[in-house]
Design a binder for this molecule. Sequence first.
Ligand code: THU
Length: 131
Amino acid sequence: MIAKKEWIEQASAIRPYAYVPYSHFPVGACLIAKSGEIYTGVNIENASYGLTNCAERTAIFKAVSEGATEFVHLVIAGDTEEPIAPCGACRQVMAEFCSPDMPVTLVNKEHKIRETTVGALLPYAFSKKEL
Ligand code: THU
């Protein structure tokens, strides 16, 4: 599924809420649940840098904490030259809650997009099947 324009706009529009006093690098995410409900998220940094929570993890954790566990699409938007590349930790969290074929839309500052999937972002992922 190609991302709806509205989801891309929401991921970009939420970025002013990013708490980024250290990196000054706001990122926004828009996660669409199977129910149609939309969960947005921004990155939230901390003076203890390693505690930073990325935008896409914020969106996923918001959704899960409100009872949504099935998702159909994720959009991530950054102020980047090329469509943003999610970090490894976020790829692992996506793999926990989203199927490998779920579409992920990566967006840059000019709304240039790259369509990919959870499985393409993290092939051969460690998962609950291993436990
Ligand atoms: N960041 C995200 O929120 N999502 C990404 O996909 C990449 C990186 C954040 C983490 C940190 O607050 C800032 O961007 C710089 O690394």
